[in-house]
Design a protein around this ligand. Sequence first.
Ligand code: NG6
Ligand code: CA
Length: 486
Amino acid sequence: MLFASTSPNIVIIYFDDLGYGDPGCYGSKHIATPNIDRIASEGLRFTSGYAPSATCTPSRYAMMTGEYAWRQKGTGVLPGNAALIIKPGRTTMASIMQKAGYRTCVVGKWHLGLGEGSIDWNGGIKPGPNAVGFDESFIMAATGDRVPCVFVRDGRVVGLDPKDPIEVSYGKPIPGVLTGKDHPELLRMKPSHGHDNSIVNGISRIGFMKGGTSALWKDEDMADTFTGEAVKFIERSKDKPFFLYFALHDPHVPRVPHPRFVGKTNLGPRGDAIVQGDWAAGEIIKTLDTLKLSDNTLVILSSDNGPVVDDGYQDDAVKRLGDHTPWGPLRGGKYSKFEAGTRVPFIVRWPGHVKPGTSEAVVCQVDFCASFASLTGQSLAQQDAPDSFNVLPALLGESKTGRDHLIEHASGLAIRQGHWKYIEPSKGPKKSDPTNTELGNDAQPQLYDLDTDIGEKTNIAAQHADVVTKLQAMLDKVRAEGRSPP
Ligand code: NG6
Ligand code: CA
């Protein structure tokens, strides 16, 4: 075992659905994010930092494994009872850190499946995070809007009364379980689309669950719970190298921030949930500072995909948006092949080692595997992390260049190389029906010059047929070869 005595601790603060234009340091004037802004002012803020995909599960799969999710079937948004989609024992960003002698932990949203097909929520739930590189885990299985609405610590539902066992079903209702569809009068936040199955904490969710009453989360307390767990992990790991993947729920739906954040913005629950997430990020930094760990801890703050305004609940997000632009100057949002689908806030802080500033280098979370391996002096086997580039010099601000090219993934593929952005022709709707997001689908090839047209407004494919041909060939090659070329 390689002991990483000279390597820093690593903390990933991972928001859920935070947009490129949401934090103040990325230009927002409508949501106060003092903690994110402070991390940016003490660190390196990337203007071309990417999530691997425009939704949660594929992004997290790619970040964990260093393999683009679109290479594997079954890596789309998972239900809450899905099986683990990462093979136990596979090399992941967490197992890489484990191998380097780090204590590893995931806290928060998992959404990569658990078990092998049918989960007994009342017994030991495995395999899970502990099988793919984490020594410790405190998670929710899927999302805040999917059952089961309970936390799982190291494979056990927290606070479960064995006399009140949990039953979970997707698709088929459970007899006797009240639903939002049949009982809208019981809801304090109504769905705008979907989300009309089991009612938990006055909010109907996707999927059906019964029992587990003593274990059910209270949405209002979720950020406090996750943050508390993350802080405790840092405190008990302070004397050894540690790796913390802190996967916040904010500002994913349902947006139910703690009362102390309600009304902190004029934007309603979505804005307030971002303020809550900002607070959580601040608590992590405060803990590192207090324990005098900041100089020895590399913090990366980012988001799993771009922003969405109405994602299925009537939470006033559209009505109260005002002049706020969650996507910043970019086009699209969550679910989209346009830039706002995957270009996200991306900040690296390591005081004394990473010089504060901004970077235009293209970096992606899929690069964490190779970059962390490099940081801890390890080399990866040929089959490991096939799409992960070592962009450590860019992450540390030692180099202005990151990846040569990046495949962007929503319901189809696009490729960015330098200032060119090419979106493959695809069928499919122009807009997502419920969320109203522009998806980037077009039967014609699309080419944009991101230097002069960051908002992807003018398709110049016809004027640059040679670039289109070259980028299509490159995309085909990356797809066919099963790995990204160096
Ligand atoms: C969609 C949900 C949306 C959200 C998303 C996953 C409906 C109508 N929409 O299917 O609310 O849960 O899945 O989001 O159910 S993600 O950030 O976890 O990828
Ligand atoms: Ca997400």
